[in-house]
Design a protein around this ligand. Structure first.
Ligand code: AMP
Ligand code: FES
Ligand code: ZN
Length: 301
């Protein structure tokens, strides 16, 4: 196969785009997909102050590098979750990346916040991933607001987003369907949240990271084994193999034609958020989810 841009031998095949690019043109392709997502969904502009959540994996590091190259005003935030054998490695990759590429980095240590994930895991009698996700979202938002960032960007890619959409549809989770997307606007107490890699697959972000010389962290979280999400990703990969382009059309179709209907139902269902009496975070409950976690963490067995 020949690269359609420069006619040299293609190195990265992209069946969903019916093309294959040489390494240099692949980086141009990647960059254009990110620029298209930013423009089409009006994610942010050069005036915005963007905080990028950096896990140390291929997606968030690729995102940080690409937004830096496109001239956006960015800084990174890493959350050290204190998971033995995993968090040290992730933090090390983030710190090295930021040093090598000149990205401003902030690190939040969950040990210091009193919420190290292994301790949370022991205290609660349920899978820790959803609690961990909730803790991360809380601190991403809080850190951005406290430090003057008006946009929070995460490295979620097309595979993440399509699998989440599939999972929400399987459960007809109206509330989550109403609020899923790469472009969640700011609301009282919440910073704007964006996912500029939503047009790019995991395979594409891995290739980009490799070609851009990014040394990313491979090791998956030890608590993520057997998650239903991983199974949905496999299912969607099979579908994509048989019908190239399915994932992006499923997800974009939802954004363009499905999401609005769920947003209305979501508004009717949810109450109006009020500030949590414990920490000021917006919540529809008596106290917010994180204060509730802290309460249970502080209680006796
Ligand atoms: P995941 O849920 O692990 O697939 O991560 C999705 C996105 O959340 C990543 O691309 C990052 O932007 C962000 N993220 C996940 N874990 C962390 C972390 N420990 N610190 C900072 N950002 C993170
Ligand atoms: Fe939070 Fe795995 S990253 S439980
Ligand atoms: Zn609270």
């Amino acid at each position: 196969m020949k690269c359609p841009r420069c006619k040299t031998t293609a190195a990265v095949a992209l069946p969903s785009h019916n093309a294959g690019f040489c390494p240099e043109c692949f980086k141009v392709f990647f960059s254009r997909q990110v620029a298209k997502a930013i423009k089409e969904r009006q994610l942010f502009s050069k005036e915005d102050k963007i905080l990028i959540a950096l896990s140390g994996g291929k997606d968030s590091l690729a995102l940080a590098r690409e937004l830096q190259l496109q001239g956006y005003n960015t800084a990174g935030l890493h959350m050290d979750l204190a998971i033995p054998g995993s968090s040290d490695k992730a933090r090390d990759h983030v710190e090295r990346f930021c040093r090598d590429f000149g990205v401003d980095l902030h690190v939040l240590e969950m040990e210091k916040e009193g919420l190290p994930i292994p301790v949370v895991e022991k205290k609660f009698n349920r899978p820790v991933c959803s609690l961990c996700g909730r803790i991360k979202r809380y601190y991403f938002n809080k850190f951005a607001l406290d430090h003057g960032f008006n946009v929070l960007a995460t490295g979620h890619n097309l595979d993440d987003e399509a699998a989440r959409l599939f999972s929400n549809v399987m459960r007809w989770d109206v509330s989550h369907l109403g609020s899923q997307g790469p472009d969640l606007p700011a609301e009282q107490g919440f910073v704007r949240k964006v996912k500029p890699l939503y047009r790019l697959s995991e395979f594409e972000t891995a290739n980009y990271s490799f070609l851009a010389g990014i040394d990313y962290c491979y090791s998956p979280c030890p608590y993520s084994k057997g998650a239903s999400f991983t199974y949905y990703k496999t299912l969607l990969d099979e579908l994509e193999y048989e019908q190239p382009g399915r994932k992006i059309s499923f997800y974009e179709g939802f954004l363009n034609r499905g999401r609005q209907a769920f947003a209305r139902q979501d508004e009717q269902q949810g109450g109006k958020p009020r500030p949590c009496p414990g920490c000021g975070y917006p919540t529809t409950g008596e106290i917010c989810g994180i204060c509730r976690i802290r309460e249970i963490m502080g209680s006796k067995e």
